[in-house]
Design a protein around this ligand. Structure first.
Ligand code: AP5
Ligand code: ZN
Length: 213
């Protein structure tokens, strides 16, 4: 399966991705995770991306298209993939179409994590992540077994720098202005499934499985 997950910050893309990935043996490509790793490692890519990310704005189309083009070559992506947080502009979507055409393939389904903006601040400000694996927790909705530590490795959890109420505002603005048109772009092709993303995590997983069955 070749899937795209679209939704605003905190809608649950990163929570559902590992579950879908394991169920269908796909690779999980999250541009946000890849960019954060590049920022942490201070690579040239990370240095270019950091300023926009800290402000909650999108980084340039060319940067992210380049990362995805490279990542899709991985052997683990040949059976199928989940794109989490990409494409986020119509230009990215068009470039992805060309990339996949060149590989003789195309997107099967676009899962649209539909949710009201009002719910997202609590989700975002309560999130804690394990940076090495990308696993995320929530102080109220998905607490780790030991507060502040990853369930699998026992390593410390951190909060994302852009997970503040103020930066969330600009991330939401970017979503509505630049990413919602991407949903229309795929809707015209007829492969969008709308998911009720405000439901509890297990209920959203069940909806995803139905959508993919
Ligand atoms: P990115 O990392 O993609 O962030 P985002 O899109 O803002 O999405 P989030 O990761 O915040 O939300 P999520 O949907 O994954 O939520 P999660 O499942 O963790 O991008 C970051 C930045 O990188 C961008 O701002 C931009 O600068 C740059 N960037 C990335 N891609 C780009 C691109 N293609 N082009 C240009 N720039 C790009 O859940 C959130 C919290 O809620 C967690 O704590 C979780 O435990 C909890 N939760 C999850 N589901 C539920 C539920 N059903 N009920 C209750 N709680 C839940
Ligand atoms: Zn995410």
């Amino acid at each position: 399966k070749r899937l795209i997950l679209i939704g605003p910050p905190g809608s649950g893309k990163g929570t559902q991705s590992p579950i879908i990935k394991d169920e269908y043996c796909l690779c999980h490509l999250a541009t946000g995770d890849m960019l954060r790793a590049a920022v942490a490692a201070k690579t040239p890519l990370g240095i270019k991306a950091k300023e926009a990310m800290d402000k909650g704005e999108l980084v340039s189309d060319d940067l992210v298209v380049g990362i995805i083009d490279e990542a899709l070559k991985k052997p683990s992506c040949q059976k199928g993939f989940i794109l989490d947080g990409f494409p986020r502009t119509v230009v990215q979507a068009e470039k992805l179409d060309v990339m996949l055409q060149n590989r003789g393939t195309k997107v099967d389904k676009v899962l649209n994590f539909a949710i009201d903006d009002a719910i997202l601040e609590e989700r975002i400000t309560g999130r804690w992540i394990h940076p090495a694996s990308g696993r995320s927790y929530h102080t109220k909705f998905a607490p780790p077994k030991v507060p502040g530590t990853d369930d699998v490795t026992g390593e410390p959890l951190i909060q994302r720098k852009d997970d503040t109420a103020a930066v969330l505002k600009s991330r939401l603005e970017a979503f509505h202005r630049q990413t919602e048109p991407v949903i229309d772009y795929y809707a015209k092709k007829g492969n969008v499934v709308n998911l009720p993303a405000e439901k509890p995590p297990q209920a959203v997983t069940a909806e995803v499985k139905t959508a993919l069955s």
